[in-house]
Ligand binder design. Structure first.
Ligand SMILES: NC(=O)c1ccc[n+]([C@@H]2O[C@H](COP(=O)([O-])OP(=O)(O)OC[C@H]3O[C@@H](n4cnc5c(N)ncnc54)[C@H](OP(=O)(O)O)[C@@H]3O)[C@@H](O)[C@H]2O)c1
Length: 256
């Protein structure tokens, strides 16, 4: 009997890396997808190969995959590769995202397109091309999308981030409707601040991040959702409410 397989986008650092490690501890083989690799690192720390090693250190199989989620052809090829190399796909976590800095109306429109391509089109392409494998998963497949409190609380200039995250929540509900009984589709709305390399890089040097939490709280939320059956679908779950219900551990801090 093969182990269940989870695909995580944005796996090179931050919350995505944490998801990969904790899914491995929970018994999943993990496809670790992002652009930064040992052969072609990004500007920030972390690569899919580092994450894959952390998965393997927990005794599970890792498939590090260089992927730009804007590239639909690459996603189609990834689905074929997962089928031939791992033979199944049980869970998809759409975690990769960008939050273009600066007011959207003062930036070039290519920044708007970047947010739409990464935060909305990528998650749709992934569900589209992995759908057959997800539907074939034992007990049904699971998709978990990662949204933000910004979906509901627009901040100055955050037009593309707010719009795409709200869109991802709507996509969650619409896909849950269409895939009901075959694939559960849910969304975690992270309405707390979690310290990650990517988030930190967008903040001014003097910004006080002492109240930021550990990415592990997002693994609590993800594993809580994965414990449920297929009837648990179409939900947008806020982290503050999940914590109040005991699904996420008490307040964490991160030491750096
Ligand atoms: N941190 C927070 O407090 C917070 C709050 C609310 C919501 N969120 C959400 O939580 C998720 C993770 O956030 P984070 O803070 O961990 O972000 P992060 O540290 O910036 O990491 C983002 C990840 O996405 C990947 N990525 C970016 N563009 C990509 C592309 N075109 N194709 C493939 N991968 C791409 C990056 O890898 P490469 O650069 O290697 O491709 C990286 O692994 C995001 O959906 C974010 O919106 C975070």
């Amino acid at each position: 009997m093969s182990h269940p397989v989870a695909v995580v986008t944005g796996a090179s650092r931050g919350i995505g890396r944490q998801f990969c490690v904790d899914l491995a501890s929970a018994g999943y083989d993990v496809v670790c997808a992002a652009r930064s690799s040992a052969a072609s690192p990004g500007a920030l720390p972390g690569t899919i190969d580092d994450t894959a090693r952390a998965v393997e250190a927990r005794g599970r199989r890792a498939l590090p995959v260089t992927l730009d989620v804007r590239d639909e052809d690459a996603i189609e090829a990834l689905a074929r590769r997962i089928e031939s190399e791992l033979g199944r796909c049980d869970v998809l976590v759409n975690n990769a995202a960008v939050a273009p800095p600066g007011p959207a109306l003062d930036a070039a429109t290519k920044r708007w397109r970047l947010a739409v391509d990464v935060n909305l089109n990528g998650p749709f392409y992934l569900v589209y091309h992995l759908r057959r494998l997800l539907e074939a998963a034992e007990g049904g497949g699971r998709v978990v999308n990662i949204s933000s409190g910004a979906a509901e609380t627009p901040g100055f200039g955050r037009v593309s981030y707010t719009t795409t995250k709200r869109g991802l929540e709507a996509m969650t509900q619409a896909l849950a409707h269409d895939l009901r009984g075959k694939v559960a589709v849910n969304c975690i709305q992270l309405d707390l601040a979690v310290w990650t390399e990517g988030f930190d890089a967008t903040l001014p040097d003097s910004f006080d991040t002492s109240g930021f939490e550990d990415p592990v709280i997002m693994s609590d939320a993800l594993l809580y959702i994965l414990k449920h059956d297929l009837e648990f679908t179409g939900r947008v779950l806020k982290t503050t409410e999940m914590r109040a219900q005991g699904a996420i551990r008490p307040v964490t801090s991160i030491s750096r």
